[in-house]
Design a protein around this ligand. Structure first.
Ligand code: ADP
Length: 603
C-alpha cells in the first residue's frame, strides 16, 4: 500500500506489489477492472435514458460516471483500495436510496440487483463488519420505503422517472457481469491462497525434517567432540602432570643455580602448555553450553586479594606498579555468586594487562555502584598503561583464536582465547564488557555485575581458596596414605613427593585393589585417581563409603583428577569423596589438603 506511483499512472501493474497478499491483489484488480465495467455500463445507461428524456436518471448516470473516473484516478495514483471501496460503496448507497425515494419512487429488480452487488462487494472488499454495515444501510431504507408504500402510499413532489424495459435490460446485464466478475476474482484469489498455504506447509515440513536431521547430526558431533576433549584432556594432562611434578621435585632437591634455571624454564613451559590446554578445554565447554554457574557465599575483598596476589608478583617482576583498590563497603559483605568464574574473568584481564604493558601501572578497581540492602551492583575495572588496542580491533579481539595482529602473536604469544572466554562467561550471565583503549597509552576493560547479599553475618570463613599455610612437615610423618593410581610415572612422582614429607604411601594400582587394601589395612587418607582400569575412582569411593566399619567408611578421600577443570566437581562429591586436587597439582596444595583432612586424626 505504500507504493509511490506517479499521478499520471494508469497501469495496474504499478499499483500491485509482491508484498500485498493474494486477496489484496484481487481487491485492487477487482476495483481497477470494475471501474472500467461500471463506467461502460453507466455510459450505455446514460445514452439510453438521455434519449428517453429522463433527465434525473441521466444526471445520476453522469454523476456516477464522474465519481467512477475520480475513484479510478485515485486508485491508480495511491493504491489505497480500502478508501476507494468505501467511497464507491457510499456513492452506491446514496444512489440506491435516491433512486428508490426520488428518481424511480419504486422498488424494482434494479434495486434488488444493486443491493445484492453492494452486499457481495462490501463483504469481499471490507470484511464482515463493514459488509454488515453497508448491507444494512442499503436494505433498511428500501424495506422502510416498501412498508410506507404498502401502508399509505409514498408521496413526494418530484415526478418519478418511469424505467423502461431497455434501461432494466442494460442495468441487469451490467449487474450480472459485475456479480460474476466479483465472484470469479475472489474465487481465484482464494484458490491461490489455499495453494500457497499448501505449498508453504509442505516446504515447512521439508525444512522441519531437514532441521531435525541437522540437530541430530550436531548433537552427535557435539557428543563426539566432548568425548574427544575429555579423552584428550586426560591424555595431555597426565604426562603434563608428570613433567610439572618432576620439575617441582627437582626444585625441592636443591639444584645447582644453572640447573635451577633450566628447571624454571621447563616448569614455565609446562605450565604455559597446561594453561593453553585448559583454555581450549574451557572454551569448548562454554561453547557446548555445559557451563553451570555456582551460587555460593564468598567475600569479594578476599577473593580479589587472592586473585591478584600472584599477579602482583608477576607485575613487580616486570617492573610494573600494581594497584588493587576494592571498595571498603564490600569488606564485611558476604555475597552469593560464582567465585570460580569471577576468578577466571579477572585473572584473564589482569594477565593481559600485565602481558601487554611494558612499563607503567596496572589498576584493578572494584567499586560498589549500587547498594540495595539485599543486592549490590559492583563495577570491575582493569586498567593498564600498556600498548593499547586499535579502535577497529576492539570487537575482533573478543573472537576466539583472534589476536590484534600477527605482530602480537610473534611478540607476546598466546592463543587468543582469553577474552573470548571472558566475553562468553559474561554473556551467559547477560552482562557486557566495556573496553576503552588508546594506542600507546593503555586500555581499560570494565563490566558491572550484580550480587545478592547474604543476610547472615558470617565469620569470615568464606569460600575463597585460603593461602597455603606453612605447616611443618613433621606431623605428617606417620600419616598412613593409600594412593590409588594406575599410571606408573604418577606413582613414582607421588612416592617421591610423599618422601619429601616423610610419608611412605601404600599404592593400589586400581580401584578394586584400593577397596581390598581398605578392607584389610588401616589408613588415614586416600588419594584416589579417577580414571583407572578394573574399577574407577568413583566406584571405589562408593564401595568404601558402604563399608560396615564407620572408621573406614568415613575415611577422607581426595580425588586426583586430570580432567577438565570444573565439570568433575559434582561427580566427585556425588561419589562421596571429600575433595579433589586437579592434576598437575601444586605440592603446596596437596600438602595443605593432607593437613586439613588429617591433622586432627594423626597422633
Ligand atoms: P591472548 O592474550 O592469548 O592473545 P586474548 O583473547 O586474551 O588472547 O586477547 C586477544 C588480543 O587482545 C590479544 O592478543 C591482544 O592483541 C589484545 N589485548 C587483550 N588485552 C589487552 C590489553 N590489556 N592491552 C592491549 N591489548 C590487549
Amino acid at each position: 500500500m505504500s507504493n509511490k506511483v506517479s499521478f499520471f499512472n494508469l497501469s495496474i501493474y504499478k499499483i500491485l506489489s509482491k508484498e500485498q497478499s493474494f486477496l489484496d491483489q484481487a481487491r485492487i484488480r477487482l476495483l481497477y477492472y470494475g471501474f472500467f465495467l461500471i463506467f461502460v455500463a453507466l455510459g450505455a445507461l446514460y445514452l439510453n435514458v438521455y434519449f428517453q428524456n429522463q433527465k434525473m436518471l441521466a444526471d445520476t448516470a453522469l454523476f456516477l460516471m464522474g465519481a467512477v473516473v475520480v475513484l479510478f484516478k485515485y486508485l491508480t495514483w495511491r493504491p489505497d483500495w480500502r478508501s476507494a471501496a468505501h467511497a464507491l460503496l457510499i456513492v452506491g448507497t446514496l444512489v440506491n436510496t435516491s433512486l428508490v425515494y426520488a428518481s424511480m419512487q419504486t422498488v424494482n429488480i434494479i434495486t434488488v440487483q444493486v443491493i445484492i452487488i453492494v452486499i457481495v462487494f462490501s463483504y469481499y472488499m471490507l470484511g464482515q463488519q463493514w459488509g454488515l454495515m453497508y448491507s444494512l444501510l442499503n436494505t433498511v431504507p428500501v424495506l422502510v420505503f416498501m412498508i410506507i408504500e404498502y401502508n399509505s402510499g409514498y408521496i413526494i413532489s418530484i415526478k418519478p422517472n418511469k424505467v423502461d424495459q431497455s434501461t432494466i435490460i442494460i442495468s441487469l446485464f451490467a449487474n450480472f457481469i459485475l456479480l460474476i466478475f466479483i465472484h470469479s476474482h475472489f474465487y481465484t484469489a482464494f484458490l491461490k491462497n489455499i495453494r500457497h498455504l499448501k505449498n508453504s506447509s509442505r516446504e515447512q515440513a521439508r525444512l522441519y525434517s531437514k532441521m531435525e536431521t541437522a540437530i541430530e547430526k550436531a548433537e552427535k558431533s557435539a557428543q563426539a567432540k566432548s568425548e574427544f576433549l575429555s579423552t584428550m584432556s586426560h591424555e595431555i594432562r597426565t604426562p603434563l602432570n608428570a613433567v610439572i611434578g618432576m620439575s617441582n621435585l627437582l626444585m625441592m632437591s636443591n639444584p645447582r643455580p644453572d640447573q635451577r634455571e633450566n628447571i624454571e624454564i621447563l616448569k614455565f613451559s609446562a605450565n604455559n602448555l597446561l594453561a593453553i590446554v585448559n583454555d581450549v578445554l574451557d572454551f569448548s565447554k562454554i561453547e557446548s553450553g555445559k557451563v553451570v554457574f555456582e551460587n555460593i557465599r564468598f567475600n569479594l575483598v578476599e577473593l580479589m586479594n587472592n586473585i591478584c596476589g600472584g599477579q602482583i608478583l608477576k607485575a613487580e617482576e616486570k617492573g610494573l606498579l600494581f594497584k588493587l583498590d576494592v571498595d571498603s563497603s564490600l569488606k564485611d559483605k558476604v555475597l552469593f555468586g560464582d567465585p570460580t568464574r569471577i576468578t577466571q574473568i579477572i585473572f584473564n584481564l589482569v594477565s593481559n594487562a600485565i602481558k601487554f604493558t611494558p612499563q607503567g601501572n596496572i589498576w584493578v578497581r572494584v567499586t560498589c555502584v549500587e547498594d540495595r540492602h539485599n543486592t549490590v551492583t559492583v563495577n570491575f575495572s582493569v586498567r593498564d598503561t600498556g600498548i593499547g588496542i586499535e579502535k577497529e580491533n576492539l570487537e575482533t579481539i573478543f573472537e576466539p583464536f583472534t589476536q590484534e595482529s600477527l605482530a602480537t602473536t610473534r611478540e607476546y604469544g598466546g592463543t587468543g582465547l582469553g577474552l573470548a572466554i571472558v566475553k562468553r562467561l559474561l554473556e551467559l550471565q547477560e552482562l557486557q564488557m566495556t573496553v576503552n583503549s588508546t594506542i600507546g597509552r593503555g586500555s581499560e576493560f570494565s563490566f558491572h555485575m550484580e550480587f545478592p547479599v547474604s543476610t547472615e553475618v558470617l565469620p569470615v570463613a568464606v569460600a575463597t581458596a585460603p593461602e597455603a599455610k606453612q605447616i611443618s612437615e613433621n606431623p605428617l610423618a606417620c600419616l598412613r596414605v593409600l594412593i590409588a593410581e594406575d599410571n606408573m610415572v604418577n606413582v613414582m612422582l607421588m612416592k617421591k613427593l610423599m618422601s619429601k614429607w616423610s610419608i611412605n604411601p601404600t599404592i593400589a594400582e586400581n580401584g578394586e585393589r584400593a577397596v581390598e587394601f581398605m578392607q584389610y589395612g588401616n589408613f588415614d587418607i586416600i588419594l584416589m585417581d579417577l580414571q583407572m582400569p578394573v574399577m574407577n575412582g568413583f566406584d571405589a569411593a562408593k564401595e568404601i563409603r558402604k563399608m560396615a566399619d564407620p572408621k573406614k567408611s568415613s575415611i577422607p578421600i581426595i580425588a586426583l583428577t586430570a580432567s577438565a577443570l570444573f565439570d568433575i566437581k559434582e561427580q566427585v562429591y556425588e561419589a562421596g569423596m571429600n575433595d579433589y586436587v586437579s592434576k598437575p597439582f601444586k605440592p603446596d596444595e596437596l600438602l595443605e589438603k593432607l593437613n586439613n583432612y588429617t591433622l586432627n586424626k594423626v597422633g
